[in-house]
Ligand binder design. Structure first.
Ligand code: HEC
Ligand code: HEC
Length: 287
């Protein structure tokens, strides 16, 4: 009996050692995934800043939420605190702008790779890769219009549940997303929908490259927007109140107020028409 217990003890100790190694291995693997540099040598094209750049850049920044994560004065901030998944600070962009060239800033913004080949996580470069060369130049001119201020911010911290998601392939770096599928390209439903298609690029970040929704964020397929009437759709985008007077207090409600409130009536109508055309195509394709 004693012997059996002794062997059982060894077995248990072995199991504990095995689990410790497995955990250490998983930690090391996820750490490598977070830190492994990218060898991004893409030729960068950037238009030069022109008259009105800063003003146009201000609107692009508002619609894309730069301040939500990088702070009102772009000095950086803690914007997401959800351990054991993720704690994320937007870096101080006034310091980054003081040290980096336009091409380096553009590489972070549209390619998801910071100087030294550091792959960016959480920073929405996959969606921002849809910006044109001129829009990127305007955005950078706007970032440069802020005085250098504040301290450097810590780098993102990934908790054990976040690391599990990483190992399971649920989270990927923005550079990895771009390497896998290239910049997102929304379906083209003709010149009458060109404006709506451009506005819909703002939805890719959370509703996915094909607008079919994103499980991770619980963002739905946007075919459902076709069932909205025009007034409700405008209210959803400007105030974050969904059809049936449902006040959305998650991400959608927040971005409607902080970002999409800057969309004009015409842009919202064009977006709605584009999403309806898309829904008709999706339904026809399914039949
Ligand atoms: C959802 C939050 C979020 C939004 C929105 C966002 N960023 Fe970021 N950004 C981050 C995070 C987080 C990092 C750092 C990621 C990392 O270290 O892996 C980052 C990194 C950067 C960097 C690299 C900074 C450095 O230290 O070299 C630049 C440049 C940048 N963002 C610019 C922008 C601009 C311009 C916009 C608006 C168009 C924007 N970001 C919108 C979260 C965000
Ligand atoms: C930052 C992430 C984010 C962005 C960007 C975003 N959405 Fe959403 N959206 C969500 C999430 C998450 C939900 C689910 C409701 C919630 O949790 O807020 C949602 C819900 C919705 C719904 C369903 C509302 C209902 O009836 O319940 C519609 C329609 C919608 N979004 C349209 C859009 C459109 C159009 C855009 C682009 C202009 C957009 N969203 C951009 C995150 C986002």
């Amino acid at each position: 009996m004693k012997r059996v217990l002794k062997w059982a003890g060894f077995g248990l100790a072995g199991l504990v050692v095995f689990v410790l190694f497995a955990v250490a291995g998983a930690f090391a693997a996820s750490e490598l995934m977070i830190r492994w540099p990218a060898s991004d040598t893409a030729e960068l094209k950037l238009a030069s800043a022109a008259a009105g750049s800063v003003e146009r850049g201000r609107r692009i920044a508002k619609l894309n939420g730069c301040h939500d994560c990088h702070g009102e004065r772009l000095e950086g901030r803690l914007f997401h605190d959800e351990m054991p998944i993720l704690r994320a600070w937007g870096p101080n962009l006034t310091l980054a702008a003081a040290e980096q060239s336009d091409a380096e800033l553009d590489r972070s913004i549209r390619h998801g790779v910071a100087p030294g080949g550091r792959r960016l996580w959480v920073m929405p470069s996959f969606a921002l890769s849809q910006l044109s060369d001129q829009e990127a130049a305007d955005l950078i001119a706007y970032v440069r219009s802020f005085p250098v201020a504040g301290e450097p911010q810590p780098r993102i911290q990934v908790g054990h549940l976040g690391r599990l998601g990483l190992l399971l392939g649920k989270f990927r770096s923005e550079a990895a997303m771009l390497a896998k599928s290239g910049p997102p390209v929304l379906p083209d439903y003709g010149p009458q929908h060109a404006q709506g298609r451009q506005v819909a690029e703002l939805c890719v970040e959370c509703h996915g490259a094909d607008l079919k929704g994103m499980e991770l964020l619980k963002a739905p397929d946007l075919t459902m927007a076709a069932s909205y009437d025009p007034a409700d759709f405008a209210r959803l985008l400007h105030e974050g109140v969904a059809a049936g007077d449902r006040k959305l207090d998650g991400l959608m409600g927040a971005v409607a107020q902080s970002r999409f409130s800057a969309l004009s009536e015409t842009e919202i109508q064009a977006l709605h028409a584009y999403l309806k055309a898309r829904a008709e195509h999706e339904i026809a394709a399914a039949q």
